[in-house]
Design a protein around this ligand. Structure first.
Ligand code: NAD
Length: 689
């Protein structure tokens, strides 16, 4: 018997323990071990088998690193056939998670028990494919096609207690799971359990039109992603086809989707989000400092959001403000935000009270900072102000405490120079709204120590963020790259586009929101102030702002808005654009969707390459992960650098060169890195491999 599946007979009940840490993925050895284990239990006359996971969970599903390689037997189907053909009962005992193939394994069993804190789900849709081992056929037979579609199309896990109510889980076990599951199996030996594949009670009489209506609602928010549609189609087969045919349909959809570009992109990001946490050059023994209390300086938009993230994750946090009035305003904003979540039913009153108690405020700068284990500064974006604050922090904080800045544009090195501890200064660049957005760009200063970087990384993870380490430069990675897109938006408007043409293309690509609608949300006056400070102009945007059109907050910007905040194209904006174009003698023409997309994405890719040349980002994947988690970029497109690879870097180079000339924009001249990779026939993904 392999070490991967431990076989422990306990009288009539045989326990098979999946043992492939950390998450018991169903790699070849596990599948083989399960098949051998079930067959051995049968040969030894066992009346029941309990499948359980060793370590922290039952099973996280298929081993995705085996995808795309020649398949090694046995298949999961063979394992499931053995389970379903077992002469007694096979019971899955679930703790932690049963996800994807892990849940499908459990669904093939005669029964399932779980601890109350476990969760189950079929997240395949999020990796760009459909469950491929019967999940789309067995789950509907247990809980009905509409309920199954909700779980499978969203990919979101549900709690074991909810799964119990739905009928996926037969019993919730208290106390030790293995002992409880063995006892449960013993009492149920001899009872009849109808296998999911043989059940018809939940699928007969399903009205296809009612199913399609439910699915249409579920698919509304999935934009251009293919896998949710595939999931819905597979589940539909559960009530329109016999079981075996449904399985075949599911397998066909799986094979097509898994080989597609979208699934490759989603898996690129799935693995990438793990890879970015492995920081090149970080010594093995670099240790993060313990943080018992966070202090946030400034309780405005960002400070409040950062403090909420800490409290949401159980970390005591104090906001320091300049005046009692500003402090109360800041705290009230956090409370109101939580209260909205309570009213919407997404947060319990008890949890709200807990979070509220963790969040305190003070106007005593020195006294509060003296008690901090970590300080994150989020005051106004002004170098003089920041330097003053850091000089004061340096004096007030205990020696050895890390001082972080949430600046979005200023130099971390210059901020650090105001202290006597530059090695303990780091950027922690959160994104707005900071209590929601997962991305955290941690900015490494020239003198930041590994301990400091490890502390920013670990603390970011602890408060629910995805930290990506970047270098110190204007705008860091994300904002620096999107900054290169803005001039092209202005040019496209002049040359022939209207705001809705540009947003339609970007949203069609899968962006949460197009750049002009985003501008209206953030406020067009912000960009105007930046342009003023930098002495740059954007004739169209400036003309829009000059009319007091600042965006949603003034009721109109690039669009006009109705009372429900629906955006509508505005003839006045069209008139402004035409006027400016005429004044500047730009002849307007019809611009294709392809050109719009290229001219918005290629400048970002080019800047991304420059960022790699400079070492501001360690790897292309860091850039892709930043865009997926902080800029509304659709995960199924894999991020800007992945997109560039799919276009082919030779094409990228040629198009950049063409647009650099046509639009007279030196920024678009292909960087040396792109020239080199294009000449070699290389890709970003292949760099350093
Ligand atoms: P904000 O104006 O909403 O908040 C700043 C707060 O800091 C104010 O409440 C102010 O009273 C307080 N403050 C100023 N000086 C202080 C001092 N000496 N001691 C204590 N409190 C002080 O600004 P914001 O949007 O929250 O931005 C804060 C920082 O975050 C800036 O550096 C900004 O660049 C950065 N940032 C902002 C965003 C965003 O989208 N707003 C995103 C990322 C980063």
């Amino acid at each position: 018997m392999s070490d991967f599946v431990q076989h422990v007979p306990q009288g009539d009940v045989h326990v098979l323990r999946l043992n492939n840490p950390p998450v018991n993925t169903l790699r070849t050895e596990i599948r083989a071990g399960l098949l051998a284990g079930v067959n051995a239990a049968k040969a030894q006359g066992a009346k029941a088998v309990v499948l359980i996971g060793a370590g922290r969970m039952f099973c996280a599903g298929a081993e995705m690193t085996e995808f795309g390689k020649p398949r090694q037997p046995p298949s999961l189907t063979e394992v499931f056939d053995a389970i379903e053909g077992f002469p007694g009962i096979v019971v899955a005992a679930i703790h932690g998670s049963a996800l994807g193939g892990g849940l499908e394994l459990a669904l093939a069993c005669h029964a399932r028990v779980a601890v109350a804190g476990a969760q189950v789900g079929l997240p395949e849709v999020k990796r760009g494919f459909v469950p491929g081992a019967g999940g789309t056929q067995r789950l509907p037979r247990m809980i009905g096609p509409e309920a199954a579609a909700k779980i499978i199309v969203s990919g979101d896990p549900i709690k074991a207690t909810e799964a119990h109510k739905l009928g996926v889980i037969d019993a919730i076990i208290e106390g030790d799971l293995e002992a409880g599951a063995v006892a449960w199996a013993k009492t149920n030996i001899g009872k009849t359990f109808t296998l999911a594949r043989n059940r018809t009670d939940k699928i007969s009489g399903q009205d296809p039109a009612a199913y399609d209506a439910v699915v249409a609602g579920l698919l509304k928010r999935t934009r251009g992603q293919e896998s949710p549609k595939g999931c819905a189609e597979a589940v539909r087969a559960s009530f329109t086809m016999p079981f075996e045919q449904g399985l075949q349909k599911e397998r066909d959809l799986f094979s097509t989707l898994v080989a597609g570009e979208q699934s490759k992109a989603l898996r690129h990001i799935f693995f990438g989000e793990r890879e970015v946490l492995r920081i090149p050059g970080m010594p093995e023994d670099a240790k993060s400092l313990p943080v018992e209390r966070l202090v946030v300086i400034g309780g405005g938009t960002m400070g409040g959001g950062i403090a909420m993230s800490a409290a949401n994750n159980g970390v005591p946090v104090t906001i320091v403000e300049m005046s009692e009035e500003a402090l109360q305003k800041g705290l009230a904003r956090c409370h109101a935000n939580w209260e909205r979540t309570v009213s919407s039913g997404r947060l319990s009153q008890a949890e709200y009270e807990k979070r509220k108690a963790l969040l305190t405020g003070s106007t005593d700068f020195e006294g509060t900072v003296a008690k901090a284990d970590l300080v994150i500064e989020a005051v106004f974006e002004n170098m003089e102000v920041k330097k003053q604050v850091f000089a004061r922090l340096d004096k007030a904080a205990r020696p050895g405490v890390v001082l972080a800045s949430n600046t979005s544009t200023l130099s971390i090195d210059e901020i650090a120079s105001a202290t006597s501890r530059p090695e303990l200064v780091v950027g922690m660049h959160f994104f707005s709204p900071a209590n929601v957005m997962r991305l955290l760009e941690n900015v490494r200063g020239a003198k930041s120590s590994w301990t400091t970087i490890a502390t920013a990384t670990e603390f970011g993870k602890r408060i629910g963020k995805l930290p990506v380490l970047v270098g110190n430069c204007d705008g860091f990675v994300g904002n620096r790259m999107t900054g290169k897109r803005t001039p092209q938006v202005e040019k496209l408007l002049l040359e022939g586009c209207l705001p809705q043409d540009i947003d339609k293309v970007m949203e069609g690509y899968g962006m949460a929101m197009g750049p002009l609608a985003t501008g209206d949300l953030a406020g067009l006056d912000i960009g105007a102030a930046v342009r003023k400070a930098r002495g740059t102009v954007a004739p169209v945007a400036d003309a829009v702002v000059a009319l007091g059109r600042f965006g949603q907050k003034t009721g109109k910007g690039w669009y006009m808005y109705d009372e429900k905040r629906n955006r509508l194209p505005d003839p006045e904006v069209e008139r402004i654009i035409l006027e400016v174009a005429e004044k500047m003698q730009v002849r307007r023409r019809k611009i294709s969707d392809e050109e719009i997309l290229d001219r918005l994405l290629l400048p970002m890719v080019n800047e991304g390459a420059r960022i790699l040349e400079e070492g501001v980002a360690y790897r292309p994947i860091d850039i892709d992960v930043i865009f997926i988690n902080g800029f509304g970029w659709p995960a199924f497109r894999g991020g800007p650098m992945f997109w560039a690879d799919t276009q082919g870097l030779k094409t990228v180079r040629d198009k950049l060169a063409r647009y650099a000339e046509a639009t007279n924009d030196a920024n678009l001249k292909p960087t040396a890195l792109i020239e080199k990779l294009a000449a070699e026939g290389g890709t970003f993904a292949g760099m350093g491999r």
